[in-house]
Design a protein around this ligand. Structure first.
Ligand SMILES: *[C@@H]1O[C@H](CO)[C@@H](O)[C@H](O)[C@H]1NC(C)=O
Ligand SMILES: *[C@@H]1O[C@H](CO)[C@@H](O)[C@H](O)[C@H]1NC(C)=O
Ligand SMILES: *[C@@H]1O[C@H](CO)[C@@H](O)[C@H](O)[C@H]1NC(C)=O
Ligand SMILES: *[C@@H]1O[C@H](CO)[C@@H](O)[C@H](O)[C@H]1NC(C)=O
Ligand SMILES: *[C@@H]1O[C@H](CO)[C@@H](O)[C@H](O)[C@H]1NC(C)=O
Ligand SMILES: *[C@@H]1O[C@H](CO)[C@@H](O)[C@H](O)[C@H]1NC(C)=O
Length: 391
């Protein structure tokens, strides 16, 4: 109701403004908007308008249609021109200007910028709630999508603008419409860790396990990035904790690798398989043993509590202890030994954990050893202390 009033006020004031322009004539042509300018042109004797009157008198319907077409074309051109201004005002969050331009007939469908956004998309991305509400009230298409098929809801979800996501959902925005590569608004919000937006999307019927082309679910994306609130929301909504990416990596594997202990605990509690290994036979325990720092100890402890097999070999025959030793991961070596890991276990080349201690120091340029960072092998006495532990 309030926005309708605003619309009327804007309409009345813009008509008044036009009246002024008409009286004064297009003397200041440069500063006139295209709307005002085209009105001026009509005043100067637009031949089409003249014809229009004559034909109206003659009551010739086919010619009338031609006139209407020409007038329509003119109106569309004007709406488009005003639409460009509307787009700019929408992107900047200038709600007054947006209202005024809508009142003057600006097109809501213009597309600008690298992504070919509509005014609704750009204001959603930029977090301008009042503009979004104004555009929705004016009838902007909530399901339109940009060059890469991102909708306004996708953009608000990605950026974490909760009230905007709610406004779009209330206006009937398609909750599962996906970006290229099948990334849904839920996936984007989960990946970015926007728990409240995730919650709103789930309430609105978002498909909880809708995965990307690489079969990455929203849960996997949240687990990878350590977003424990989002992980819990998705699990409560029935997300499958065992759903792997196309590489065979589970959410638990990626959370373990990245040392996200609270996420690991949430996944295990929800029944994630502690043993699930990827194509190389790398299980969560191997991944966690490679992670440097205290998080490694916490994750390895959780996995062992969930009965992960302590000496499970990967496809190369490496046990978690061998992995931890080769990365100089002192804390984890200590924990694994304490929990009964086999210290004489050997890799396929016959090397023991002791042989491999701090091997990462000598493997510069090997990307699989990229996690040999300070706190691991580079600590001065790490090598000696691990060798001691393994005796
Ligand atoms: C002229 O066209 C308009 C819109 O198409 C129509 O409503 C109107 O009846 C037509 N008038 C005549 C005189 O044909
Ligand atoms: C948007 O898409 C949803 C889901 O397909 C549909 O229910 C709704 O009617 C659409 N809204 C508009 C305005 O097209
Ligand atoms: C995950 O996989 C494990 C091992 O197959 C199974 O025992 C467990 O029930 C699965 N969890 C869920 C929630 O499906
Ligand atoms: C890691 O844990 C040790 C032992 O509990 C503690 O002294 C140390 O401060 C922790 N380091 C970090 C970075 O949390
Ligand atoms: C782990 O195994 C022990 C012994 O078999 C069993 O009592 C316990 O319930 C298991 N724990 C989990 C989390 O499966
Ligand atoms: C420990 O590993 C060695 C070498 O692979 C093996 O021979 C031995 O049986 C293992 N010990 C146990 C208790 O599994």
């Amino acid at each position: 109701m309030a926005s309708l009033l605003v619309l009327i006020v804007v309409l009345v004031s813009s008509v008044g403004h036009l009246g002024t322009a008409r009286r004064e004539g297009p003397s200041d042509g440069k500063s006139l908007t295209s709307f005002e300018f085209s009105e001026g042109t009509l005043q100067q004797g637009n031949p089409l308008e003249f014809q229009h009157h004559r034909q109206l008198e003659q009551d010739a319907p086919s010619a009338n249609a031609t006139d209407t077409q020409a007038a329509d074309k003119e109106a569309k051109k004007l709406a488009k021109k005003l639409g460009k201004k509307l787009w700019k005002a929408a992107s900047e969050g200038n709600v007054k200007k947006v209202q005024k331009l809508i009142g003057r007939g600006a097109s809501l469908k213009v597309r600008r910028g690298e992504l070919k956004d509509t005014p609704l998309m750009i204001s959603s991305a930029n977090g301008h709630l009042e503009v979004v509400e104004t555009l929705i009230d004016a009838g902007a298409g909530v399901n339109a999508s940009d060059r890469d098929r991102r909708t306004a809801l996708y953009k608000a979800s990605f950026a974490g603008h909760l009230p905007i996501a709610e406004a779009l959902l209330a206006a009937g925005a398609a909750v599962n419409k996906a970006k290229d590569a099948r990334i849904t608004p839920l996936w984007a919000a989960a990946h970015e860790g926007h728990a409240q937006v995730v919650n709103a999307l789930l309430q609105a019927g978002a498909l909880v396990d809708k995965a990307t082309l690489e079969e990455v679910t929203p849960l996997w994306a949240a687990a990878q990035n350590g977003h424990v609130d989002v992980t819990e929301l998705l699990l409560e909504a029935g997300a499958d904790p065992n759903k792997t990416k196309n590489t065979g990596a589970s959410p638990l594997l990626v959370a373990s690798q990245n040392g996200h202990a609270p996420v690991v605990d949430a996944l295990l509690e929800a029944g994630a398989d502690p043993e699930a290994a990827n194509a190389e036979g790398i299980a969560p325990l191997h991944s966690a043993s490679v992670t440097i720092g205290n998080a490694s100890v916490a994750v390895v402890g959780s996995l062992l509590d969930a009965n992960a097999t302590i000496d499970k070999p990967d496809n190369l025959g490496w046990t978690p202890l061998i992995w931890a030793s080769s990365h100089g991961n002192l804390g984890t070596v200590g924990l694994l030994v304490e929990r009964g890991a086999n210290v004489t276990a050997v890799a396929v080349d016959g090397k023991t954990a002791a042989d491999l201690v701090c091997e990462c120091l000598n493997s510069e340029g090997d990307s699989s050893r990229a996690q040999c960072t300070p706190g691991g092998c580079e600590l001065p006495q790490t090598s000696d202390r691990i060798t001691e532990l393994l005796k």
